[in-house]
Structures are given as C-alpha cells and as structure tokens.
Design a protein around this ligand. Structure first.
Ligand SMILES: CC(C)(COP(=O)(O)OP(=O)(O)OC[C@H]1O[C@@H](n2cnc3c(N)ncnc32)[C@H](O)[C@@H]1OP(=O)(O)O)[C@@H](O)C(=O)NCCC(=O)NCCS
Length: 143
C-alpha cells in the first residue's frame, strides 16, 4: 500500500470525492470543497493500492498546540475490513505525534466506535448528531 498526502489537484479531487461519497452523499449532502478543509492546519492522507487512486482517506488538524483531532476517515466499501482504515488512522497518529500531540480526539460516528476502540481510543461523552440522524461520540487517546 502507498500511504501519503494527496499532492496534485487531481489527487485532491479524488481524495475529496471519496470522503464525499462515503460520508456525505448517502445523506444528500453537497460535495466538499477546498474551503471545507482546514488550510495550513490540515494534514490529509490517502492510502492507495494503485498510486494516486485512494481507497482510504482521512485527515487531522491541531486544536491546540498539543491536542489534535482526527476526522473524516473513509474507506471504499469493497475494501472495508482489510485494515485500510487502521493504516489511515495510524499514519495520521504518526503525523500529529511527531508534531507534538499529547492527546488525540475524534468525534466518532457511533457505528465506528468499535473500530476506534480497537485502535486504543475510549469514549469520553456523547457528541453532536450530524444531519439530524448520525449520532457521534467524543473519543480520545492520550499519547
Ligand atoms: C469505519 C471504517 C473507517 C473502518 O475501516 P476498515 O478499513 O473497514 O477497518 P479495519 O479493517 O482497519 O478494521 C480494524 C478493526 O476494526 C473493526 N471494525 C472496523 N469497522 C468496524 C465497525 N464499523 N464496527 C465494528 N468493528 C469494526 C474490524 O473488524 C477490525 O477488527 P479486528 O482487528 O479485530 O479484525 C470504514 O468501515 C468506513 O469507512 N466506514 C464508513 C465511514 C465511517 O463511518 N467513518 C468513520 C467516521 S468517524
């Protein structure tokens, strides 16, 4: 597997497309644009079997100097259950840890809580409900 940030405009387009397809399209939400990302404080990652074509994506940003948030992890449905989500998560953890994160938080969709628990996160409290139908739970891992 190739694990790296998207670099070209085409790669960013594919990265955002996968995120949109998995997380937003099923809820009739509009496409994600560049403005939805966190600018310089945004660390996007894609996992590719064929270089440049993501089958898993995710991103991280810093909330404070030592606290980072990981978000939007999305895996192509036909590639689920093969460790791709874990590769995305571990790579994002590696990036933010190298940059000084001491605590990582995730507002996890409740359907993904077990995935994050298997990767060392635990639930802190109930979080928001997205699009009025997707409950989230705040999870954390202390480094
Ligand atoms: C959640 C998601 C990212 C997991 O990615 P994945 O590549 O399928 O996960 P992995 O194969 O790395 O799974 C790692 C472990 O978590 C478990 N797991 C993964 N998704 C799970 C789920 N939804 N419920 C329960 N367990 C899950 C796997 O069974 C595996 O367990 P094992 O180590 O005992 O075999 C992926 O299913 C996905 O994109 N879901 C839709 C979008 C989404 O909800 N994203 C989360 C946003 S917060």
């Amino acid at each position: 597997m190739i694990v790296r940030p998207p670099q070209t405009p085409e790669e960013f387009e594919r990265y955002r497309d996968l995120r949109w397809k998995i997380l937003r399209a099923p809820h009739n939400q509009p496409r994600i644009t560049e403005e939805d990302d966190a600018g310089n404080n945004d660390f996007p990652i894609m996992v590719c079997k064929v270089d440049g074509i993501p089958i898993g994506v995710g991103r991280a940003h810093f909330i404070t100097e030592d606290e980072a948030q990981i978000r939007s992890i999305s895996v192509e449905p036909e590639c689920e259950g093969k460790g791709i989500g874990t590769i995305v998560l571990k790579e994002l953890e590696k990036i933010v840890t190298a940059k000084g994160a001491k605590r990582i938080i995730i507002h996890a969709r409740n359907n993904a809580i077990e995935f994050y628990e298997k990767n060392g996160y635990h639930s802190v409290e109930e979080s928001y409900t997205l699009f009025e139908v997707i409950p989230h739970t705040l999870m954390e891992k202390k480094i």
